[in-house]
Ligand binder design. Structure first.
Ligand code: BG6
Length: 486
């Protein structure tokens, strides 16, 4: 067995990290536009007011808004079967609660989808990839207020209706499980406390105030909004497939001590599976609810009506990001390491990237097999995976990135093994097929692409595109349906 004939090979992008044109054609600000760039040791800063003369990486992104034709042509040259992008909510409803959607915003995505379809590239579209309109964050505390559920569902419906003949695959919220941790309060659910909103100076994003009770309530509202959107999509066309999107990180016990086993079990449940269970099975796992209550969260925000909605609005596929794994230990002195959304305990068997993410291809196999046994019959799609690395442009303009090829090759081999062992995997969309702004650090220096973009952290660069060695390698992988990985 190997990859199915109609396997969706491609890549994944997010509007806020590539489009730029942050106020063009009537677009409103989104929460992503309020963040300065940082680096691996310096957190990004949240600015309640935009600062004059400061460099905001998302404001120009890589100028995909004006260059999407060139970029999609390059993706087509690699043989992409699919492209994941997000719609920037604030392009469609600039303030989130406007009476009518913006025709200019809607038309932009019509053009992007048409361009994809012209090359036979199937769009996979995320409705909210850390792009809550800034006005919704300010007026309604993001998803903390129930009002935002209605605003999201209206936005989703607008998109489903408009693009029903162009888009078959949708994702509601990117990495929804980020909001199980403090890190998700801002990007994930758009919840900013009054004192931070009223601050006269920028605040390091890791110092924004976190109120777990409110964050869990906001996350619950996202679940309800997602379920209602799934129901709307199916009403419009039952053939539409909607996915959840989970940042899946395996948490291994550092030692075989039963104590480590138990905390790993709980961590996997609370970080990975709680959100998956709500969106795929339509229920809160009882152990997760008990843990929340034991942690002092009052879960009375989950109403009977909500429970019925969650049951009805279950997703059709499990889509997820996978970059790395973590260990967890009951020993408070065990060495720590950074990671995507969450760091953890260092694994002595794994190497880490320059940004401290532990590379673990077998962890992807572990994840695929685990998901298949947890959600039998539900197709899986990897909608993010990749290596963020520094690339060097040689004097002749070439870019040699064997480290990226090696990372991707090992992950593709792991997917192949998982398929051989019974996993139903329908697609692989590695992250940032063209270099884009890093979400975590706001850098251009951390690059994922098969295509290099001349844009730098000091705001210089002419946005020109150039192929890296990995471009031809990935093209060959797609052409051979994953058979030739050399
Ligand atoms: C995922 C996000 O967590 O990781 C993306 O969905 C993000 O938006 C990606 O870009 C890689 O993270 P980073 O911090 O390297 O950009």
């Amino acid at each position: 067995m190997s990859f199915r004939k109609d396997f969706l090979w491609g890549g994944a992008l997010a509007a806020n990290q590539c489009e730029g044109a942050y106020l063009e054609d009537g677009k409103g600000l989104s929460i992503a536009d309020m963040m300065l760039g940082g680096n691996v040791d310096t957190p990004r800063m949240f600015c309640p007011q935009l600062q004059k003369d400061a460099f905001y990486p998302s404001h120009e992104g890589i100028d995909f808004y004006h260059r999407y034709k060139e970029d999609i042509a390059l993706f087509a040259e690699m043989g992409f079967k699919s492209l994941r992008i997000s719609i920037n909510w604030a392009r469609i409803y600039p303030n989130g609660d406007d009476e009518e959607p913006s025709e200019a915003g809607l038309a932009f995505y019509d053009h992007v989808f048409d361009e994809c379809l012209h090359y036979g590239i199937e769009p996979v579209v995320t409705l909210c990839h850390y792009e809550i309109p800034w006005e919704i964050a300010k007026r309604y505390s993001g998803f903390y207020e129930r009002k935002t559920i209605d605003l999201f569902v209206r936005y989703a419906k607008t998109c489903f209706e408009r693009y029903q003949h162009k888009v078959r695959y949708w994702i509601t919220f990117n990495e929804i499980n980020g909001a199980t941790l403090p890190v998700g309060r801002y990007n994930g659910v758009g919840l900013i406390e009054k004192e931070d909103l009223e601050s006269t100076h920028p605040i390091p994003k890791n110092q924004l105030k976190d109120v777990p009770q409110k964050r869990w309530q906001a996350l619950h509202h996202e679940f309800v909004a997602s379920a209602l959107a799934v129901m709307e999509a199916h009403k419009i066309d039952p053939a539409i497939k909607v996915g959840c999107m989970i940042c899946h990180i395996p948490w291994y016990p550092l030692t075989p001590s039963p104590q480590d086993e138990l905390i790993a079990q709980e961590k996997n449940l609370m970080f990975n599976d709680l959100c998956g269970d709500v969106q795929v099975k339509g229920i809160y796992n009882p152990l997760a609810l008990a843990k929340l209550k034991n942690d002092g969260i009052d879960i009375s925000f989950i109403t009977k009506e909500d429970e019925a909605i969650l049951k009805q609005g279950r997703v059709d596929m499990y889509t997820f990001s996978y970059y790395m794994s973590n260990c967890i230990s009951s020993d408070p002195h065990a060495a720590k390491i950074k990671g995507n959304l969450s760091g953890g305990t260092k694994n002595p068997y794994l190497e880490a990237t320059d940004w401290g993410w532990q590379t673990d291809p077998l962890g992807l196999k572990w994840t695929l097999k685990k998901l298949t046994s947890r959600y039998p019959g539900v197709p899986l799609m990897v909608v993010e995976n990749g290596l963020g690395a520094k690339d060097v442009v040689e004097s002749d303009g070439s870019i040699h990135d064997p480290y990226r090829i090696d990372y991707l090759r090992q992950h593709i081999m792991a997917m192949k093994e998982a398929i051989d062992e019974g996993v139903d995997l329908i697609g692989y969309l590695p992250w940032g097929p063209i270099d884009i702004v890093s979400m975590g650090t706001g850098e251009f220096y951390k690059r994922y692409g098969f295509i290099y973009v001349d844009r730098h952290d000091d705001g210089t660069g002419d946005f020109s595109r150039r192929k890296k060695d990995s471009f031809d390698w990935y093209k060959k992988v797609i052409a051979t349906n994953g058979e030739d990985l050399d």
